[in-house]
Design a protein around this ligand. Structure first.
Ligand code: ZN
Length: 192
C-alpha cells in the first residue's frame, strides 16, 4: 500500500493526501477494475507509439484520426505536443486532421527546426491536398515564434495559414484551456 501511495505521489498534481485517497479507493474497487487499470498502465509503455503520419500518440498506426475517412484531410491543425491533440479533440468542434511537431522552436532549450517534424509537415501540405493549416501552438514566446516560422515556410505552398484566436492570457498552455475557450479560439482563427 505504501509503495502504491509512493508511486501515485510522483504523478503531476497528486500530493500525499490525494495519493492516499486514490490508494484507498483502489483498495475498495473491484478486482476487475484494478486489473483493467494495471493493464492500461502496462499497455501504455508496451503499445503506445508515434503515428507515422501525424506523429500523435497511438496504439494502431496510422492513428484513429488519420485513418478516419470522415475527417477533413484538407484541414490540418499543427500542435506542439500530442497532449494538445487531446485538448482540441475534447472540444468536439474540430473535424480536420493534425500534425504534431514534437515540441516548439526554442533557442534557449536548444530546440531547432531540425529536431521538430517540420519537414514532414511541409511534405504533407504538399502532397495531401491541404488547403488550410491551423497553427495551434501554445500562446507563449516559443509558440508564437514557431507559428511565425511556419507561416513563412508554408506561404509559398498555396495554403491558407491561420492561427488560433486565444481567449487566453499570453504565456498560457493550450492543454489548460477549457473546451469553450478552445472552441472559440478555433472558430475565431485568423490568417497569419
Ligand atoms: Zn495520425
Amino acid at each position: 500500500m505504501s509503495a502504491l501511495i509512493g508511486e501515485l505521489e510522483k504523478l503531476p498534481t497528486v500530493g500525499p493526501k490525494t495519493a492516499a485517497r486514490l490508494a484507498f479507493y483502489l483498495l475498495s474497487a473491484s478486482k476487475e477494475d484494478v486489473e483493467a487499470l494495471s493493464r492500461a498502465l502496462l499497455d501504455l509503455k508496451a503499445k503506445v507509439r508515434f503515428c507515422s503520419r501525424c506523429y500523435s500518440l497511438t496504439e494502431a498506426d496510422p492513428c484513429s484520426i488519420c485513418s478516419d475517412a470522415r475527417r477533413d484531410g484538407s484541414l490540418i491543425c499543427v500542435v506542439g505536443e500530442a497532449k494538445d491533440v487531446y485538448a482540441i479533440e475534447r472540444t468536439m468542434s474540430y473535424r480536420g486532421r493534425y500534425h504534431v511537431l514534437g515540441g516548439l522552436i526554442s533557442p534557449i532549450e536548444g530546440v531547432g527546426v531540425e529536431q521538430l517534424k517540420i519537414a514532414e509537415l511541409v511534405e504533407r501540405v504538399r502532397k495531401d491536398g491541404v488547403t488550410e493549416a491551423i497553427i495551434a501552438t501554445n500562446p507563449n514566446a516559443e509558440g508564437e515564434s514557431t507559428a511565425l516560422y511556419l507561416a513563412r515556410l508554408l506561404a509559398p505552398l498555396n495554403v491558407k495559414v491561420t492561427r488560433l484566436a486565444y481567449g487566453l492570457p499570453f504565456g498560457g498552455d493550450l492543454d489548460y484551456a477549457d473546451e469553450v475557450t478552445l472552441t472559440r479560439a478555433l472558430e475565431g482563427r485568423r490568417a497569419l
